[in-house]
Design a binder for this molecule. Structure first.
Ligand code: SAM
Ligand code: SF4
Length: 475
């Protein structure tokens, strides 16, 4: 029987679940894709057109190694065209690991009695932020367990505290949040504190697998979580991040579901997610997940490349969960943001060099623990342009408005200049001598590529201002 996609179409309605598992599986179960099918989809993606689920499935079902290489090559090229060579840097800051849920994969789960529980006090939070600023960080994501103590008011208060910390020329200019789903009113409260993106990961979009690993607590409610970012949108918080925890169910299904979620937000709110995250499961204390769905390195890289082609304008985040060699590869194929200098033990940023780290205070184990300086050094050596830019959200270019700007010319006018300016600040304030030297050379190479003399002159003027001691220059 011929498969007719129309019969599935769940109508996208705000605050209403939108995943039809049969629909996703029917797309995936169409057999190996032919060369001409794959090339047809790649061609569409290269025109920066969003792919539909059927087209994404065609890429997933490409099996021949040469075709997979073509997909990766296309993702590399599309990424270069849409994002240039910028990589945005941030650091996660764990504010509290109290948790009332029992997610089988997470060291913070309520049943894990080996976990040391801690919520940073205001002064500990300030010390952590001071330490992060002293390293040159400008963008943070605050992370919280799910607990009644971490109310919207508490989250908002911690956000305000972070913004108030200033050390020397250091300041945090964008605070993103990864915390439990909120009610509409709660999202309003955190929005008022001036947050950037609010992230909630569905973990897996497959209902049965979701139920298997979320045994109790509020997070056991699949639909409440699935519609959480609809509530954010209803509250006027239009800058949201989605994600799936790869390894809980078949990666192909969850990747398709991420695209489906993107379609849902676009259909209902005219704005897709600002970022997509795709953490792979890591070992953790008391970790209890069956290994059946672990994603191989090869599949992971293929998945990142397909996602890049499917949603060309959505930021893609990769974290220090991944080892260095994987981070290096997927930077090429699609990732636009990474964390650097990451420590996930509670309060670790404020600890002195050599002071004992407690694994009992980590949510899971990380694989890339290089310092911010080392990561920047390597990015520059590979001709990436490290960026701490926070301009869009501070200029109100978010949500639907932001989408308007995701068009050719925008990067040249705003993103590259702002990346250069934030790198110049980093060099002046924090870089080691040899990194500084390489950094200025990179900036000169970037400036030489500018086609528009006026923009170039404006950037040069601002670099001079930074050299003269001014800070926070952006377009
Ligand atoms: N508690 C909130 C929640 O669950 O949404 C927010 C913070 S939670 C600490 C952030 C994310 O960490 C989760 O959404 C999950 O995807 C990820 N995570 C949990 N355990 C993990 C593990 N063992 N390996 C990799 N990522 C993990
Ligand atoms: Fe709690 Fe989040 Fe960990 Fe689940 S993933 S146990 S909700 S901190």
């Amino acid at each position: 029987m011929k498969f007719t996609p129309e019969k599935y179409k769940i109508e996208d309605k705000p605050m209403t679940p939108f995943i039809d598992e049969q629909e996703i599986w029917d797309y995936l179960n169409t057999g190996e894709s032919t060369t001409s099918q794959v090339r047809g989809v790649i061609k569409k993606a290269m025109n920066k057109q969003r792919l539909n689920l059927e087209e994404v499935a065609i890429l997933v079902n490409a099996q021949q190694p040469e075709l997979v290489e073509e997909i990766k090559e296309a993702a590399r090229e599309l990424k270069r065209r849409v994002y240039g060579n910028r990589i945005v840097l941030f650091a996660p800051l764990y504010v509290g690991n109290l948790c009332m849920n029992n997610c089988e994969y997470c060291g913070f789960k309520a049943s894990n009695t080996k976990q040391k529980r801690k919520t940073l006090t205001k002064s500990e939070l300030i010390q952590s932020v001071e330490a992060l600023e002293e390293n040159g960080q400008k963008r943070l994501i605050l992370v919280y367990g799910e607990h009644k103590k971490y109310s919207p008011e508490f989250i908002a208060e911690t956000v305000r505290t972070v913004y108030d910390v200033k050390v020397g020329n250091g300041e945090i200019r964008r605070v993103n949040i990864n915390a439990a789903p909120l009610e509409i009113e709660g999202y309003r409260t955190v929005k008022e504190a001036g947050i950037g993106t609010y992230q909630v990961f569905q973990e897996t979009y497959h209902r049965e697998s979701y139920a298997n690993v979320h045994l109790s607590g509020k997070k056991a409610d699949y639909d409440y979580r699935l519609t959480s970012l609809d509530r954010a949108q209803e509250a006027g918080l239009d800058d949201v991040g989605i994600g799936a925890l790869f390894g809980l169910y078949d990666w192909r299904f969850d990747m398709m579901a991420l695209v489906r979620h993107t379609n849902h937000l676009e259909a209902c709110y005219n704005v897709g997610p600002h970022t997509i995250s795709f953490p792979r499961l890591q070992d953790a204390l008391e970790y209890k997940v069956d290994d059946r769905y672990r994603v191989s390195d090869e599949d992971f890289v293929k998945m990142v490349a397909i996602l890049r082609l499917a949603v060309p304008y959505t930021g893609m985040i990769l974290t220090a969960r991944e080892p260095h060699h994987i981070r290096k590869q997927v930077l090429e194929f699609g990732v636009s943001q990474i964390d650097a200098g990451t420590k996930i033990e509670m309060g670790a940023y404020a600890k002195k060099e050599g002071e004992k780290q407690n694994l009992e205070e980590e949510q899971f184990f990380i694989n890339d623990d290089r310092s911010l300086g080392d990561v920047i050094d390597e990015l520059i050596a590979q001709d990436y342009l490290p960026s701490f830019c926070t301009a869009c959200y501070r200029r109100g270019r978010t949500g639907e408005h932001f989408m308007e700007f995701s068009v050719p010319g925008f990067i040249k006018r705003f993103c590259t200049p702002n990346a250069i300016l934030t790198l110049a600040e980093y060099i002046m304030d924090y870089a080691k001598e040899d990194t500084a030297e390489k950094g200025w050379k990179l900036i000169n190479r970037e400036l030489a590529r500018f086609e528009d003399e006026k923009t170039k002159q404006r950037v040069l003027d601002r670099i001079e201002a930074i050299k003269g001691g001014e800070r926070d220059q952006y377009f």
